[in-house]
Design a protein around this ligand. Sequence first.
Ligand code: SF4
Ligand code: SF4
Length: 304
Amino acid sequence: MTIIHPIPFPVAARNPPPAGHFAFRCNACGQCCNTPPLLTLDELLRFETRFIGVLALRRIRPLRGDFTAADLAAQADIDHSLLLPAPDGDALQITLQAVDYPSLQRCPARDDAGLCGLHADHKPLACEVVPLDALRADRLQHAVLASRQGELGDADCIAPGQRDGHAPLTDATDVVDPAYLDALYAHRNALATDKAHWGRPLYATLAAELHAPAVWTRIPHHGFFNLSPVPLVAMMAARSPQMAGRWQQFIDAQLTLIDTAVTDALVHKHPADRPLTQQLRGYADAYRALRPSLARASRTPHHA
Ligand code: SF4
Ligand code: SF4
């Protein structure tokens, strides 16, 4: 016999959670670790033997819609600190990203138990802020959670209002968990440092190439357009013989990782992996072409 339960009176209608209040609890299900993370420059070097790194570009539209003047001002501050002005009124994010084969559907740092192998060892700052987004103002983080609640629905880690076992994370205008606030600010500081240290000068050298319609229109608003890190490596290595030597070491580490990854992919022959194999071979060729000049520069006396 089928028992038909009466439809419960909707709890939300009886006791709606206060707008913008969300609570969070991570049960380490790994659902948000099915792709490799974004990296800062320090992290790219720190994890040079673990992650294949690429340049990652994304266009970001200005905030539009039903926002208060305080929302818009707070977001404008973040955009000004972390993004670069771009043609067509968008902003550009230039960052670094680890990549791996799509058929694997995992971050290479996940261990055999599905847990983060870097959890206690300098986990990337981009991962420390999950499920928040360092590129959104604190007062808009509740909107980030509302959207991610849908994306991570199975994990059930984000709950509107309060829930037993979940810790309050946002209210209508703020992030209320001090550890998350620290993580957000640490990530933003690192991104601002990257922007000043290499993002802005690299963009200046690549702007003409990037703004060509054939390239610009391929840079998405959702997801990232990947480029070889070679222009970044060449720019950083030109700063001193010590830097040339350090980036030469980075190239060697990346070539080893790329060769291993491509060899494995050729064994598995997954059709979804072919574009990345092609891309990685191109990156490896570019690294091999650059390496001799770095070796020479690392042996040249530096005159400040
Ligand atoms: S999806 Fe949610 S519960 Fe799962 S690992 Fe990510 S943050 Fe934690
Ligand atoms: S580094 Fe760790 S937390 Fe970040 S995506 Fe990979 S497994 Fe997940």
